[in-house]
Design a protein. Structure first.
Length: 354
């Protein structure tokens, strides 16, 4: 384990472990107050180190409830937001704190920088462990600058030249929906309105190309470059959602997870996902898939390219093994996050900035 320790003047202890900064209390009393005071007086230190390391984990500070988490997040960045245009179902806990995902526990969440397909994605994202998972359920994080640096230059340059088109098909409030392994939430749940006009305005504001379909369905298309420059460091970062939305991505991800978890359950879901991907690919047109992505010129992104992207992602993965009360801050322009499938209880909450 690659680890260094440093004690700053003050009430916290700093350690660097596998490229992640870990901050712990020096004393056993009033840890939450200690943390809030420390954040108040170390704003520049946090900003500089979040840019340098990409991730800072605060452990052992008795962050006991969602409102504590909100205050810690506000201590790091005052510009918290509560508009969410991603795909996971989420429930509000406070003004700015939500459940990270209400997707079923067997469902893997591949690595992504939050809302990378928006013109202005969040600068920072925070996660908090209210209930630590019993089995599985880690939050893996990945430095997407390293992913960019390590990719096969030929594949990378094709992504850079061609860009990404994301296709999402949503059911609406009046849609009768049966079980669909890939189907996420409805458009009224995402836009928090059943009013088509309001939904349309949100689409326009976020540069989504929208088409209202028969049976109250909504097709959204977003276009994004595959790579962005980090706003502070100007380094090139792999910054797109292809590894989430490509039709082959779930099966590739689940094969990796089965290899990592080595459980019968994960092997079962890997097999099921592979079979369902084969069926969907052969039975449904590209534009009707619940989720898919292509290059901007509508050409398909080869599955072997997505396999390569996932290989690069997994070789840079750091698994956050949650402990109750943990808070992690991520530089969302560089460090991606995901979720391992789990069994038993698990409650991870999220907050994000402008
Ligand atoms: Fe996310």
């Amino acid at each position: 384990m690659n680890s260094t320790t440093d004690t700053l003047p003050g009430d916290v202890r700093i350690e660097i472990e596998n490229g992640v900064m870990i901050v712990r209390p020096q004393h056993t009393d009033n840890q939450l107050i200690t943390l809030k005071n420390w954040l108040d007086t170390h704003h520049d230190f946090i900003e500089q180190n979040l840019t340098q390391y990409g991730a800072i984990l605060f452990r052992g500070f008795q962050v006991n409830q969602p409102i504590d988490f909100e205050q810690v997040a506000l201590g790091i960045d005052k510009e918290l937001k509560n508009n969410y245009l991603g795909t996971s179902p989420r429930n509000a806990k406070t003004d700015y704190v939500f459940s990270a995902s209400e997707l079923p526990p067997y469902y893997p969440i591949p690595q992504h920088c939050e809302m990378s397909f928006l013109p202005d994605p969040p600068r920072k994202i925070f996660f908090y462990c209210q209930v630590a998972p019993q089995q599985g359920g880690e939050t893996p994080i990945v430095d997407f600058q390293k992913v960019y640096d390590q990719m096969n230059p030929a594949i990378r340059s094709e992504f850079e030249k061609k860009g990404i088109k994301i296709i999402r098909n949503y059911n609406g409030p009046n849609t009768k929906s049966g079980f669909d392994f890939w189907k996420l939430k409805r458009w009224d749940e995402m836009f928090m309105t059943t009013d088509r006009q309001k939904a349309t305005e949100i689409c326009q504001a976020n540069h989504f190309q929208y088409t209202w379909q028969a049976n109250d369905r909504l097709r959204l298309i977003s276009e994004q470059p595959a790579v962005r420059l980090h706003p502070k460091t100007q380094q090139k970062i792999w910054f797109n959602h292809s590894q989430v939305f490509h039709l082959a991505a779930a099966a590739i991800e689940y094969n990796k997870i089965a290899n990592y978890q080595k459980t019968w359950r994960s092997r079962f879901y890997a097999t099921l996902t592979n079979v369902m991907t084969f069926l969907k690919k052969n039975l449904q047109k590209t534009e009707n898939q619940a989720l898919h992505c292509t290059f901007l010129d509508d050409s398909e992104i080869p599955t072997r390219y997505m396999q390569h992207v996932e290989d690069m992602i997994w070789q840079n993965m750091y698994f956050v093994q949650w402990q109750k009360g943990d808070v992690i801050a991520l530089d969302n322009f560089r460090v991606a996050h995901g979720r391992m499938p789990y069994t038993g209880e698990r409650e991870i909450l999220v907050a994000w900035t402008s």
